[in-house]
Design a protein around this ligand. Structure first.
Ligand code: NAP
Length: 246
């Protein structure tokens, strides 16, 4: 498996997992187009890196990101819908309706917008491509205090399965990937929850004490294997990465 010169688009790449994926992909020789609401502060040669301030909730901005990547690099091989929110946390009865609606805009409509842009590019150019939608264990198990996050990630999972059926003959492979636990701003927000808001908060405080997180480079390498190693071709649509420390 040699990912050199493959072209990847990563959303939500200004910090956290997305920024770590972009850095590692560049180290591994990929060309990268990275976006977030705040333009990612990544540095590399223009022939290998394109950065944009773009909001995943904006359909046109995602189409323009795809077009810009194709104009700069000639094609897109891998699209990673990574941008995501955790808030609102706490019992649904206390959630702000506007915060819940924004969550769905980013975590569900944002994935729709990115997926749509990439799939339309694949149909226009022909050939293969890989779509990775960053999911969570919260898609597959319900957790008190995370109704928005559980619902949004479950929607991402089922959207990915529907896309796989629609695109079965088009050369697209799609996976909804639970990446493990990575120590990002999102984890800081989880640890700052009260037990009343999020009854499982102690588990995440314990994880911090043990330092038992997967690192972004580890996750990046597993995602590249999933995308480009021929032995991964039969991986189910819904999948989870191994943990770096077990
Ligand atoms: P994070 O530290 O909060 O970073 C989120 C990223 O998404 C930031 O770059 C943010 O940048 C961007 N973003 C947020 N809203 C956006 C929007 N509307 N348009 C474009 N970009 C937007 O989160 P993370 O922990 O890295 O999480 C990344 C992904 O992994 C998420 O989908 C999360 O659900 C998933 N995940 C994380 C963990 C974990 O342990 N960290 C575990 C399971 C799944 P701006 O604020 O500049 O827009």
């Amino acid at each position: 498996m040699d990912p050199t010169n493959k072209v990847a688009v990563i959303t939500g790449a200004s910090r956290g997992l997305g920024a770590g994926l972009a850095e590692r992909f560049l180290e591994r020789g990929l060309r990268v187009a990275a976006c977030a609401r705040r333009r990612p502060a990544l540095a590399d040669d223009e022939s290998r890196l394109l950065t944009r301030a773009a909001d995943v909730t904006d359909t046109d901005a995602m189409a323009q990101l795809c077009t810009a990547a194709v104009e700069r690099f000639g094609r897109v091989d891998l699209w990673i819908n990574n941008a995501g929110l955790l808030a609102p946390i706490g019992p649904l009865r206390d959630n702000d309706p506007g915060a819940f609606a924004l969550h769905m805009q980013v975590n569900v409509v944002g994935v729709f917008n990115g997926s749509r842009a990439f799939i339309r590019h694949l149909h226009a150019r022909g050939g293969d491509g890989v779509l990775l939608n960053i999911s969570s264990g919260a898609a597959r198990n319900a957790y008190a205090g995370w109704s928005a996050y559980c619902a949004g990630k479950a929607a991402l999972d089922r959207m990915s399965e529907a896309i796989a059926l629609e695109e079965a003959d088009s050369g697209l492979r799609v996976h909804a990937v639970a990446p493990g636990i990575i120590d990002t701003d999102m984890q800081t927000m989880i640890r700052s929850s009260t037990p009343e808001q999020f009854p499982r908060v102690q588990k995440f405080l314990d994880l911090k004490t043990k330092g038992a997180f997967s690192s972004p480079p580890f996750v990046a390498d597993r995602l590249l294997e999933l995308a480009f190693d021929p032995s991964a071709a039969d991986t189910p649509v819904l999948t989870s990465l191994p943990l770096e420390h077990v």
